[in-house]
Design a binder for this molecule. Sequence first.
Ligand SMILES: N[C@@H](CCC[C@H](N)C(=O)O)C(=O)O
Length: 282
Amino acid sequence: MKFRKYHALGNVYLVVSPDEFPDEPAVLKIKNICHSHYGVASDGVLIGPFESGVANFGLRIFNPDGSEAEKSGNGLRIFCRALWDLGLVKSQEFTVETLGGVVKAQVLDKGKRVNVEMGQVSFNSQDIPIWGDPREVLLEELNVMGMQHFYSGVTLGNPHCVILTDEATETKAKEFGPLIEHHPNFPNRTNVQFVQVIDRHRIAIQIWERGAGYTLASGSSSCAAAAVAYKLGLCDARVEVMMPGGQIDIEISDDFRISMNGPVTSVCHGEIDEECLAQVFH
Ligand SMILES: N[C@@H](CCC[C@H](N)C(=O)O)C(=O)O
């Protein structure tokens, strides 16, 4: 199986052609590919480009646990960089269809940076989804392991649980992230962000990703965290999101359409052996 490996601020994805998956992508194959010891080590697999009836290209996004994600910010930026490397796009804007909607993208700086208009965010419980009466989910109480958190729910196509905190730490993301991901409030599980507002132009976040675990960066998490901070009046419409892997620039319009701009780096390309794809022991 041929692949191209990229990272966006330390968030790693492999891009694989749909030709390599003649059948529906199997959970076991995705797990093997992503595994850091038994496979190539990745935070997900991007399968594309597919033909799309509504956009220039179609993309499917898989998490390392084999689940399919509706959207991924860094995944989209990496996919766009791969399209550039394959000579399929130039510097003009183009569109990509994901399960979570169609986005507009533009490759900048000869592939080194990518801008993606991620679409309009919703805080509505039915869109995210979050159980209970239809409502905007802002600063609601969530008790986890005897600790009280106040969370806001957001979707950009994929679900996010945003928790404001005085200090966003790796420990908080790793300790509470897995429990919140699987909390009964979230029927489709959720991505989790601990968010520290630095000033009106900068926020710092720590991330626990649904189906992937602790990651150094996440594009959709950056958008979700910025959207909540903006909605609550804690930051301006242009905000830099600081993550362990680096910074991403976010811009929010009056009607909560979000665009994201950040770097993408090519790591390597190669071929995964059948022997690796077929492993069953972990
Ligand atoms: N790393 C991503 C998010 C990938 C999808 C996520 N794990 C989910 O299941 O929703 C990003 O950059 O947005």
